[in-house]
Design a protein around this ligand. Sequence first.
Ligand SMILES: O=P(O)(O)O[C@@H]1C[C@H](O)[C@@H](CO)O1
Ligand code: HPA
Length: 274
Amino acid sequence: MTLPADAAQTAADAIRQRCDLAPEWAIVLGSGLGPLADEVKVRAEFAYEELPHFPRSTAVGHAGRLLLGELQGRRVAVMQGRFHLYEGWSPQQTALPIRVMHALGARSLAVTNAAGGLHPLMRVGDPMVIEDQINLMFRNPLVGPNDDTLGPRFPDMSRPFDPHYGETALEAARLGNFACHVGVYAGMLGPTYETRAEYRMLRGLGASAAGMSTVPEVIAARHLGMRVLGISTITNVCSPDALGETSGQEVVDAANSASGKLLAMVTAVIRSAG
Ligand SMILES: O=P(O)(O)O[C@@H]1C[C@H](O)[C@@H](CO)O1
Ligand code: HPA
């Protein structure tokens, strides 16, 4: 069995053979942040199927490409499409790209996602800066042998998201004059959306938004000591007492319609911090 750290190193070596750019930032584009890729001055582009150990992207709205280039004067690695547990990938596979981008040089990570809003004041299209997360996937990418050269066996998770990055993202929302929340992201296994009883439970647990990604990536990044910015787009409102139906297409459409706000926030943070 190939250990996760070895798999990441092999993939990073394959990338370096074609492009020597060492990214400062790793960016995972969830639903709705596709347009950010158009802003990148691309130096090299890799389809996931070209990269050793990379799974294929099967989720709707996820292109399945890794870009290396420059954004806002910073060197970036951009994942156009991520891997979700509900696609059948293991927690280690969902975290692989984070380890690869770290092996290439990235020490900061920006993750974005689409999520259902649990707070009564949330509206479709509002962004939410993630201040903390709850792992309700009951899976963890760090299960298995630990490589002590990468990070500790028992990593601290007292502050998974960087407060300074969060503040800068909020300031960008204030400057852009649009509503933005701060809250807790609950990572669910999926692929079903939640029942009314589950949304009620999530609110009781202290979650502000529910999604099906991000949590394993953030765990892997914190294990590596990376600084993390997380932003959700609220794509559906999960009021347990007046819950409408939700579809994957509705989520993607709502995320796309809010992409300008996400772009403004993520680029403001990248510009301000190396
Ligand atoms: O990659 P993300 O998290 O943006 O993917 C979206 C949101 C949920 O995880 C899933 C179903 O809506 O797709
Ligand atoms: O309501 C939701 N629940 C889980 N994942 C999601 N992704 C978008 N909306 C949701």
